[in-house]
Design a protein around this ligand. Structure first.
Ligand SMILES: [Zn+2]
Length: 586
């Protein structure tokens, strides 16, 4: 019989400890600390409280926890002295069936890893979907993490231990994240369509892109949407009508295009989470007092043509017909690409939505950063999509002989930019939630034996509000002026881009907060450092976003982007809760 929360909440201290036995390998102190916080309202809450017990422990205790784990395919597996839980996990990952070559590679990696870090390599080998990683994936993770810094790697081991514990708890409680699995599987299936072999690249209106649209359209039909069509921009639009005609519509969705060599979840998660909710409503024969419109936006990333947010921009009436004449790298114009895809550019202006027909826009998105992962939190509520500004700059000094020019007689342009970069780092850190990045740095015609006479650089600034961004910007421009004056250099700096913040509408942000709290999870509020489709819709209607934790320290725009089906399940449940709230309120 699976364990229930009621049983766990009602059990004596020693019985409860026994009930959680084996969740954290040979480390009952974790369950003991967590159980002091009974009763638990939900399984996600229990999981989170367990992670907090670990976070509160000393470094010694953490190392003890990590060292309590067996090596992967190590001696304990060979002589069958693993715990029942570890045996099950290593079996499912096929580690008991390694080829001689794989086994030798794993032993070498175990030895190298132990020598570098002093503890065994920990990987949740049942993976993000719980089915088991394959041996090649395990070896690739092992090789990658061997290069990490020990402080980072210690935390990565703990995060993997929490994931192992999550799956063990699911087994104990007989819980399967069925809707999370469905959403995870949709993304896996969608990722088969790509323009490039061995990587995920889906750019606007390529064959792979159109195959994605067809896949999403077909799945929406299976879910039970009342209408599904591909519009003149290539957006896939599914509508699930309200219980009575003439009611307003909740708009939601995200993009299905990707960057080159991108991840499987960026954008797509925000399409599939509401699709799973509509599927459940349809299966239950339920209608809400408002309609739901899920839009899979055709383009957000600006990869093929020099225009971004084409999909969501079409809904806000922001489409510039001049873009149609732009050509991609192969000289194919957007107009030609659209004709080839059977789309009629003349119809784009008709896609503009009347905001009075809509309640608002909500978007679920993978976080694309390390914050939630580091906090052991599956969900975060977005407070604002950051304001940004971009610049290109150049400092000019004097190029001269690196051997003969004394240090006090130089006009080194690169040193000035280096000093400016450190000033950016300090100033942005002061705000806590501002960021400043010099991502490009170039010494034209630089040479190993020449003092840099010129240095070109880029500057990217972001902050949750326009005023905060403007203050950051004026301080940094002043710092650049100071540095150049003191170093007797000249400079120029030009603004290349500027976008206003899109703060979440308080009432809508509150709905996400209530949804997260209803799952028994703490509400974590955070700005979005990246731009999203919600930014466009913000121009015409209220909006708010929900973030889902990414694995691998939240890496994104990268094939390592990952999130678990458990986290996706929570996103679906949070979305369902938001629909319930709206049903009561409209
Ligand atoms: Zn995205």
């Amino acid at each position: 019989m699976p364990l229930t929360l009621e049983q766990l909440n009602a059990a004596s201290a020693s019985d409860a400890l026994q009930l959680l036995d084996g969740v954290y390998e040979h480390s009952p102190w974790i369950a003991q600390a967590a159980l002091a916080q009974r009763p638990f309202a939900s399984l996600p809450q229990l999981k989170f409280v367990l992670t907090q017990a670990v976070s509160a422990a000393s470094r010694e205790a953490l190392l003890g926890l990590i060292r309590a784990h067996p090596e992967l395919a190590g001696k304990a597996m060979v002589n069958q002295s693993l715990t029942a839980e570890s045996t099950n996990e290593q079996n499912r990952a096929g580690l008991t069936h390694c080829s001689a070559e794989e086994f030798a590679r794993l032993q070498q990696l175990n030895a190298d890893y132990k020598a570098k870090f002093g503890w065994p390599f920990i990987l949740a080998v049942r993976g993000p979907r719980g089915l088991g990683l394959d041996r090649a994936e395990i070896i690739a993770s092992f090789e990658r993490r061997l290069h990490g810094h020990p402080d980072f790697e210690l935390q990565e081991c703990l995060r993997n231990i929490h994931r192992i514990a999550e799956i063990r708890l699911n087994d104990k409680f007989g819980f399967r994240p069925a809707l999370g699995d469905l959403v995870w599987d949709w993304q896996e299936q969608l990722s088969q369509y790509s323009e490039a072999p061995d990587q995920l690249t889906v750019t606007y209106l390529t064959e792979a892109h159109r195959a994605c649209a067809a896949f999403i359209q077909a799945q929406m039909q299976v879910c039970g949407f009342d209408s599904v069509n591909i519009d003149a921009m290539g957006n896939v639009v599914g509508r699930y009508e309200a219980m009575t005609a003439g009611r307003q519509t909740l708009l939601t969705g995200s993009h299905y295009d990707t960057v080159r060599n991108g991840g499987k979840y960026d954008g797509r998660l925000g399409i599939f989470v509401p699709m799973a909710c509509v599927r459940e409503l349809h299966r239950a024969g339920q209608r809400l007092p408002f309609a739901i419109e899920v839009v899979a936006f055709a383009e957000e990333e600006g990869q093929r043509f020099k225009a971004t947010f084409l999909g969501s921009g079409a809904l806000t009436g922001d489409f510039n017909p001049a873009w149609l004449e732009q050509c991609d790298a192969d000289g194919i114009s957007m107009r030609a690409a659209m004709h080839q895809a059977g789309l009629c550019p003349d119809d784009i202006t008709r896609l503009q939505r009347d905001p009075t027909q809509y309640l608002g826009f909500v978007e679920v998105h993978i976080e694309q950063g390390p914050v939630l992962n580091a906090l052991n939190l599956p969900l975060g509520v977005v407070t604002s999509i950051n304001a940004s500004a971009r610049y290109t700059g150049e400092v000019t000094g004097t190029a001269c002989h690196a051997g003969t020019t004394p240090m006090d007689q130089r006009a080194d342009a690169a040193c000035a930019v280096a000093e400016f970069m450190l000033a950016c780092e300090r100033r942005a850190a002061q705000d806590g939630d501002s960021v400043a990045t010099v991502g490009q740095l170039n010494v034209p015609n630089g040479s190993i034996n020449v003092v840099p006479g010129q240095c070109q650089f880029s500057l990217d600034l972001r902050a949750p509000g326009n005023a905060q961004r403007d203050a950051l910007q004026s301080d940094l421009l002043a710092a650049l002026a100071d540095i150049c004056t003191q170093r007797k250099l000249s400079y120029c700096i030009t603004e290349a881009m500027r976008a206003s913040a899109a703060p979440s509408t308080p009432q809508w942000q509150q709905r996400w907060e209530d949804a997260v709290a209803s799952l028994g999870l703490p509400v974590h509020r955070m700005p979005s450092g990246a731009g999203h489709d919600a930014m466009k819709l913000h121009e015409v209607m209220p909006q708010a976003m929900l973030f889902v934790r990414g694995q691998n320290a939240g890496i994104s725009h990268n094939p390592l982007e990952s999130t678990t089906s458990d986290d996706m399940q929570l996103a679906v449940e949070a979305f369902g809760h938001l629909l319930e709230q709206l049903s009561r309120q409209t």
